[in-house]
Design a protein around this ligand. Structure first.
Ligand code: ZN
Length: 114
């Protein structure tokens, strides 16, 4: 059951990402549904999606569209353009950092490509 819930969250965020350019209001709705599922089954948001919505207004965030992702020394700084709040996601303090490091270096690579 938990597995299904996680899969549904995954699907919802993927849909949100896909629909955002044309139907941002749907994306925000998908985040809401995903959050409801996470709460109901008492599961944590998958790490890859945790930074894709605002912790303040809970709207879906798409970097370069309604959010900005910057890297500081020890964390990823995400700025929500919808409500103007800033989130900091630390990325070096975790033990299981292997996968995460890979994701971060991917972001750094993407940024330098721009
Ligand atoms: Zn916000």
């Amino acid at each position: 059951m938990l597995k299904i819930a996680k899969e549904r969250i995954d699907i919802l965020f993927k849909l949100a990402d896909k629909e955002f350019s044309e139907h941002p209001e749907r994306s925000h709705r998908y985040v809401e549904i995903a959050r409801n599922i996470a709460t109901r089954y008492n599961i944590r948001m998958p790490r890859i999606w945790r930074r894709r919505f605002c912790k303040n207004c809970y709207l879906f965030l798409k970097p370069g569209y309604n959010s900005q992702v910057r890297l500081s020394k020890s964390c990823v700084v995400i700025r929500c353009f919808e409500c103007g709040s800033t989130m900091r996601v630390p990325y070096i303090k975790e033990k299981k950092g292997k996968r995460r490091e890979r994701i971060e270096s991917h972001i750094i690579k993407k940024r330098t490509d721009e």
